[in-house]
Design a protein around this ligand. Structure first.
Ligand code: SF4
Length: 492
């Protein structure tokens, strides 16, 4: 088993995590949708960058086979290779781009990153690659990173020389050499060990659900554990954990908590929701009919698809809107999903302006997302600037009832996302049966849709996107009814 670059980088932040990824990958919790999206964006950017090197030859395969193919390509006078592979001292490196220095036996090494700036991790990553190539006999001259230039604004066709920027990092990489060998050696020591490293008392700053191999450091963690206390300080939680306070049911120092944290702990310990009916009523009193329940879906591709956008600009491609004109009136539904042919901003804005009531409250779940998108769309389309400004003035965040602690249920597990709240308060509704069941996946699927040539598959993705976004606003409507019923009940 070789130590690959990704293993080495993983080992620098956590050796246990590296060990599990090599020996028991099936135990790791799945990557988040946003991490998967980042990887896909990175792959897309890398394939685009390759067009800067028209002579490049792609090396197929992995491991020893790829190293052999690399040598074959060089023997056949290839001067530029994509995914050239080198193996030395039980380490394996695949260089994104390896280009021969003209008329010499030296090579320049390029690593492609879909990031917009150089990070310390990129230097270590390139240092590992360079070291393995040099150990296997290559002479490496200069080392470069190719990054996304987010000052680029798309006008017509993509200009690859402008959307990507090349930064030389040779000296920074060489500066890492002193510590590199010992870091590689300690990663290899872990790799050859048949069991995972011991858990340290203070492993890292990640909470159990933030790490793919969190099960190692937090074995047999009960569902209602102290890490679920909203916004609890990690060090404090870890201290309690080390002291044997693992379940919220064992937690006694309740006076040291903020009101929301305290409410959650009391809810868990009593097994009953903590509800502040007056605060909920006060919140609901601010609402003005007609009530509009609005939700957007957006994507932020590394490579912009439309004129006027920059790398990673957010593109709102879909909305769902439910409207209640007056108390007791029937529920209306409106929606828009971009066809992918052109910039969705204008058609989406037209549709929204037509369907959104011109007065009343606009309810969203987690206002910072929708408000920021509104501001951006107002800047992107000056003729809609005032529309989005006025819309933002009417936005009310329904999530506050939960995040500000007016309704705390043990079943929320300290979270206030709509996906955590809905199944507890409206159990007959669920995201579980949907093909697309979170925003990250919606964004990924829409990006896929842009290049989908199979019309049947495209229609299916569209259908799944519509179902998902519609459920988001319908969920808000149902939660609004739940909160209203609770507030009213208390007043009688
Ligand atoms: S939680 Fe444990 S396994 Fe995960 S990164 Fe931290 S120390 Fe490593």
């Amino acid at each position: 088993m070789y130590l690959a670059k990704s293993d080495f980088i993983r080992s620098l932040s956590c050796k246990s995590s590296m060990w599990f990824s090599k020996y028991q990958p099936e135990k790791l919790s799945p990557l988040s949708e946003s991490d998967s999206g980042r990887i896909e964006q990175g792959n897309l950017f890398e394939s685009l960058v390759r067009s800067r090197f028209p002579e490049g030859v792609l090396v197929d395969g992995y491991s020893d086979k790829a190293a052999e193919e690399t040598q074959n390509a060089i023997d056949q006078n290839a001067d530029c290779l994509f995914q050239a592979t080198a193996i030395a001292k039980r380490c394996l490196a695949k260089a994104d781009i390896l280009e021969r220095v003209k008329d010499s036996d030296s090579w320049n090494l390029f690593e492609v990153k879909s990031s917009t700036r150089v990070k310390a991790e990129h230097i270590l990553d390139a240092a590992f690659q360079t070291w393995v190539f040099e150990q296997s006999g290559f002479r490496i001259s200069q080392i470069y990173l190719i990054l996304v230039d987010n000052t680029y604004q798309l006008q017509g066709e993509i200009d690859i020389s402008k959307i990507s920027k090349i930064e030389e990092i040779t000296n920074k990489v060489r500066d890492q050499y002193d510590r590199l060998e010992s870091d590689i050696k300690s990663a290899l020591d872990v790799l050859t060990n048949p069991s995972p490293p011991e858990v340290s008392q203070y492993p890292c700053g990640l909470k159990p659900d933030q790490c793919q191999s969190g099960f190692h450091c937090y074995p047999e963690l009960p569902v209602e554990n102290i890490f679920t206390i909203p916004r609890i300080n990690f060090n404090r939680a870890r201290e309690l954990y080390n002291g044997g306070v693992v379940s919220i049911h064992d937690y006694e120092e309740i006076t040291q908590l903020s009101p929301t944290q305290k409410g959650y702990v009391e809810a868990v310990q009593s097994g009953k929701p903590q509800i502040d009916c007056d605060a909920i009523q006060l919140f609901l009193d601010r609402l003005e009919y007609p009530l509009s329940f609005l939700d957007y879906e957006s994507a932020s591709p590394a490579v912009p698809a439309y004129t006027g956008y920059r790398p990673y600009s957010q593109v709102v491609f879909q909305y769902s809107l439910h409207v209640i004109r007056e108390p007791g009136s029937h529920l209306e539904h409106y929606e828009y999903l971009d066809s992918g042919d052109r910039d969705p901003a204008l058609d989406l804005s037209r549709s929204l302006r037509k369907n959104l009531p011109s007065s009343g409250s606009v309810l969203v779940w987690n206002e910072s997302f929708e408000k920021t998108r509104n501001r951006e769309m107002g800047e992107h389309l000056p003729e809609y600037h005032d529309f989005y400004e006025r819309l933002n003035d009417r936005v009310i965040d329904l999530m506050r009832i939960v995040s500000e602690g007016h309704y705390l249920d043990p079943g929320f597990l300290g979270r206030s996302s709509i996906k955590s709240v809905l199944p507890v308060l409206v159990p007959q509704m669920s995201y579980n049966n949907l093909e697309i069941n979170n925003g990250g996946l919606a964004s990924l699927r829409w990006l896929e849709l842009l290049n989908e040539t199979n019309s049947q598959k495209a229609a299916q993705i569209r259908q799944h996107l519509l179902e998902y976004c519609k459920l988001d606003t319908l969920a808000m409507v149902e939660l609004f009814h739940v909160f209203t019923a609770i507030a009213c009940k208390d007043n009688f």
